[in-house]
Design a protein around this ligand. Structure first.
Ligand code: CTP
Ligand code: MG
Length: 251
């Protein structure tokens, strides 16, 4: 038996079904181009770059699922990597659950990676997988914060722009900004998703669901190039990162 046949099989689920409201009008965010290539294609390549990843499940905007299928069918990926496309849901959590439903039985480690983080380096992906293989049920890459964070009493909707009272200032050195891919023991992640479906509550990331179960979640170092493309300025930054890579790699 080869070593690889003894190691847990890993899949990456890529939620890509969001509209990208904060990016402004245009195609769904995952299909917007960075230097001529859709963000989703960069994200799929970033996952397939890891030797451990054997399957990528793309959760597409429901109305664009056919287009996404043909876009990805034309892609040249390492031979070890299969790609499956499923239609997404109304929230990220719902989209991730639909992606999890598409996993074959032999997958035991699952990464969940935002299509909106197209430039995550392979070393970050590999370090998340390694931490799961070493026994952590949930692993998130994260970075210390540059900005001080204030907790406020938010204005009621419709009163945006009015001054908001500050309630607290958490100690910055104890805070981390979390990224993706987040890595999970499959059974833990599926249980966490079922539990929130039952009690109707949500979380803004998958690891938050695992925390609700009371299971341990650990942080490994993230990477500045794993930032999320959220607002128009992030497109400028992403294209600059790609240009710098091109200049450094000569391709
Ligand atoms: N996502 C998804 N299904 C949804 C909503 C979001 O698969 N119903 C995905 C997005 O495509 C993205 C990731 O979740 O890759 C992170 O979400 P976010 O950055 O918030 O993207 P959008 O929801 O598309 O952006 P916005 O919130 O500005 O509309
Ligand atoms: Mg969103």
């Amino acid at each position: 038996m080869s070593d690889e046949s003894l190691t847990p099989r890993t899949a990456a689920v890529i939620p890509a079904a969001g509209r990208g409201v904060r990016l402004g009008p245009g195609a769904p965010k995952a299909l917007r181009a960075l230097n001529g290539t859709p963000m989703l294609v960069h994200a799929v390549r970033a996952m397939a770059a890891s030797r451990a990843v054997r399957l990528v499940v793309v959760v597409a905007p429901p109305e664009d699922a056919t287009g996404v299928k043909s876009l990805l069918a034309d892609l040249t990926l390492p031979e070890r990597t299969d790609v499956v496309v499923v239609p997404g849901g109304a929230t990220r959590q719902e989209s991730v659950r639909l992606g999890l439903d598409a996993l074959p039985d032999d997958i035991s480690v699952v990464l969940v990676h935002d299509a909106a983080r197209p430039l995550v380096p392979v070393d970050t992906v590999d370090s998340v997988i390694e931490a799961v293989r070493d026994g952590a049920p949930a692993v998130v890459p994260a970075l210390p914060l540059a900005d001080t964070v204030k907790e406020v009493a938010p204005n009621p909707p419709g009163d945006a722009g009015a001054p908001e009272p500050v309630v607290a200032t958490p100690e910055r050195s104890r805070l981390r900004a979390v990224q993706t891919p987040q890595g999970f023991d499959r059974a833990t992640l599926v249980t966490a998703h079922r539990a929130v479906e039952a009690d109707g509550e949500g979380a803004t990331d998958c690891a938050g669901l695992v925390e609700r179960l009371g299971r341990p979640v650990v942080v490994v170092p993230g990477h500045e190039e794993a930032f999320k493309v959220t607002r128009p300025l992030d497109l400028v930054l992403a294209e600059a990162v790609l240009a710098r890579r091109r200049a450094n790699d000569g391709f």
